[in-house]
Design a binder for this molecule. Structure first.
Ligand code: IMP
Length: 522
């Protein structure tokens, strides 16, 4: 567009002084209209002057932590364990480990994420020299791989003495022979600290299948595998602290005294962010917990919540929260609004709390009710800095649980942490679910969530880039080059909104087709 064209366009507009659509304040005037959900409104398009690939999705998670993509996985036992947290962080977001498990199990998950090095196998199956060839043949069949490093006592971090591969045992008939008699001892190794590129180069040159990584004393610390060479993707957006190779990780805890002991274990394992997990965050228990954490673990960032009103938010901000989690009753597995009559439509909740918290420099996470990319954009436009997702990430390769088949579909279980299933597991195991709903001493458990199943979504390594790219395209349509710019343009009244009537919502869906297939990405 030439300068003249631009001036002419402005001239045309000046004949009509009122801007199209509504500014955010008019849109969210909830006292007049009632609460809004993400589906109740749309963002009006702006002007496209740049390719979508330049849109920056950087956004703050807490006062001190900024992520390259504003995605957070929910601390639910069918969503986030170590695998999910590793891949969320590699892809620029962060995973919050659930606490429906013992403190030791949760701390082991934190350690696994912190010790993860892209491409390196940090927990290889190792064997002792005394194991028999028959055992190895059986192990290979069961586990689907054929190479095992041999260490003095059969454990990791013990002296590496050899490696046994399929070639060593394939034609060896005596299954009672010891591994020490057949293993390869002429080893090529690399030292701890070697980069992935250097390690891959050594593997390529050596023509070996595996490269054991050892420390100064010759103890095995990890393994690099030739079969993974092609899988070792680059993750340029990975969430790491400056000057550290370690991925960022969060974990949820409750507000009981036992959670202080749990947190000490998590902090010792290297935790970066603690999420105080409660369906109603404005409680004296949570306020005391925030103060205790600030005194005893001053380096931990605290995300407090959940909240849906300014009044709730004010208490938590005053107590020292570094971030807030917004949502009550909007989750896809949630029946809180139905059972407790408490909650708030998520659009209004996100706007009301973020508008308030942002004034005090406290970033907000819109938690629950995100069903598609449009919902993510709307949450960010309403003032959230990040979105937390449960159902969207359940059913992926990286979510906990096994796939099963029903009605010809490949499924995984997805359940609310306030479902009877999750709370009953809690009763025998830990304190996560019941304490989230203040039910740890109840004789009758009152469910606030359901147990269901979701369809296989494939790996988050494909799904998160799809969300990223969709979000960039949406920002391009709106005419903003970053998440920060989106929020600033909304505040300035430049990004405009429109309410959506029920028939407008119908119009926005697919219409009048005999049948169709909804494929979201390739
Ligand atoms: P989703 O992304 O819409 O599936 O919602 C996930 C969010 O729902 C979580 O991050 C929690 O805030 C919330 N949530 C988890 N379990 C329950 C439950 O049992 N009842 C109500 N809300 C839940």
């Amino acid at each position: 567009m030439t300068y003249q064209d631009h001036t002419k366009a402005l001239e045309l507009l000046s004949t009509y002084p009122e801007k199209d659509g509504l500014d955010i304040k008019s849109l969210m005037d909830s006292k007049a209209k009632g609460g809004l959900t993400y589906n109740d409104f749309l963002v009006l398009p702006g002007k496209i002057e740049f390719p979508s690939s330049v849109v920056s999705l950087q956004s703050r998670l807490t006062k001190k932590i900024t992520l390259n993509t504003p995605f957070v996985s929910s601390p639910m036992d069918t969503v986030t364990e170590a695998d999910m947290a590793i891949y969320m962080a590699l892809l620029g977001g962060i995973g919050i480990l659930h606490h429906n498990c013992t403190p030791e199990e949760q701390a082991a998950m934190v350690k696994k994420v912190k010790k993860f090095e892209n491409g390196f196998i940090n927990d290889p199956i190792t064997i002792a020299p005394t194991v028999t060839v028959g055992d190895i043949k059986e192990k290979s069949k069961r586990m689907g791989f054929t190479s095992f490093p041999v260490t003095e006592d059969g454990k990791l971090y013990s002296k590496l003495v050899g490696i046994v591969t399929s070639r060593d045992i394939q034609f060896h008939e005596d299954d009672d022979s010891r591994v020490s008699e057949v293993m390869t001892t002429d080893l090529i190794t690399a030292n701890k600290g070697v980069s992935l590129t250097e390690g891959n180069e050594i593997l390529r040159k050596s023509k070996k299948g595996k490269l054991p990584i050892v420390d100064k004393e010759g103890n095995l610390v990890s393994l690099l595998s030739r079969t993974d060479l092609r899988k070792n993707l680059d993750f340029p957006l990975a969430s790491k602290l400056p000057e550290s190779k370690q991925l960022l990780v969060g974990a949820a805890i409750g507000t009981l005294d036992a959670d202080k002991i749990r947190l000490a274990k998590l902090a010792a394992a290297g935790l970066d962010v603690v999420v105080i997990d409660s369906s109603q965050g404005n409680s004296i228990f949570q306020l005391n917990m925030i103060k205790w954490i600030k005194e005893n673990h001053p380096n931990l960032q605290i995300i407090a919540g959940n909240v849906v009103t300014r009044e709730q938010a004010a208490s938590l901000i005053a107590a020292g929260a570094d971030g807030l989690r917004i949502g009550m009753g909007s989750g896809s597995i949630c029946i809180t609004q139905e059972v407790m009559a408490c909650g708030r439509p998520q659009g209004t909740a996100v706007y009301a709390v973020s508008e308030f918290a942002n004034k005090f420099g406290v970033p907000c996470i819109a938690d629950g009710g995100v069903q598609n990319i449009g919902h993510i954009v709307k949450a960010l436009a309403l003032g959230a800095s990040c979105v937390m997702m449960g159902g969207m990430l359940a059913g992926t390769t990286e979510s906990p649980g096994e796939y099963f088949y029903r009605d010809g579909k490949r499924l995984k279980t997805y359940r609310g942490m306030g479902s009877i299933d999750a709370m009953e597991q809690t009763a025998t195991n830990a304190n996560a679910s019941t304490s989230r709903y203040f039910s740890e001493s109840d004789k009758v458990l009152v469910a606030q969530g359901v147990t269901g199943a979701v369809v296989d979504k494939g790996s988050v390594t494909k799904f998160i880039p799809y969300l990223q790219s969709g979000l960039q395209h949406s920002c391009q349509d709106i005419g903003v080059k970053s998440v920060d710019e989106l929020r600033a343009a909304v505040d300035a009244g430049e990004v405009r909104f429109e309410l959506r009537t029920p028939s407008a919502q119908l119009e926005g869906g697919v219409n009048n087709l005999h049948s169709y297939e909804k494929r979201l990405h390739n």
